[in-house]
Design a protein around this ligand. Structure first.
Ligand code: HEM
Length: 125
């Protein structure tokens, strides 16, 4: 018997659901924060090594590119925390685990993360 298999899938009609995007971004933001810890520890070590090292770190921190780097890490942290709290609330069954609540809580965590990243931009610049 011939199996009926889908052919010629129109990929442009398929998209990730919001909850999947929220989950992937949570993982990406976690990895970004983890990798950035190395850079921050290196800077801490350099700043404590000597007065000259301290001046070098002040110079690095003043650069536009590094400010952008700090802002992206703070934004990733904002998202990771807001989405992490959402995860934990779901794990403790404080929110409920329906698709509708999942979508709504993902939207709220995006909103909180956007506000926090705007505030961190103001803080950094
Ligand atoms: C140094 C700071 C942090 C780093 C490097 C970090 C990194 C990560 C990474 C890599 C994951 C794995 C993601 C995955 O496998 O999907 C994760 C998961 C998680 N993080 Fe963080 N995280 C940090 C801080 C936080 C904070 C402050 C919270 C609290 C809000 C938090 C809440 C969570 C939760 C709840 C999960 C599990 C999500 C799930 O069940 O899929 N994390 N974190």
């Amino acid at each position: 018997m011939k199996k009926k298999r889908p052919v010629n899938l129109n990929l442009s009609t398929m998209y990730f659901p919001l909850t999947a995007i929220a989950s992937i971004l949570h993982r990406i933001s976690g990895v970004m924060i983890f990798l950035s810890l190395g850079v921050f520890l290196w800077l801490l070590g350099l700043s404590l090594s000597s007065p000259d090292g301290f001046l070098r770190v002040s110079y690095i921190l003043d650069s536009y590119i590094f400010k952008f780097f700090i802002w992206s890490i703070l934004s990733a942290l904002s998202y990771h925390i807001s989405s992490g709290i959402r995860h934990m609330m779901m794990d403790f069954n404080l929110l409920g685990v329906t698709l509708q609540i999942g979508k709504f809580s993902a939207q709220i965590s995006f909103f909180i993360a956007i506000i926090l990243s705007i505030l961190s931009g103001v803080f950094v610049w």
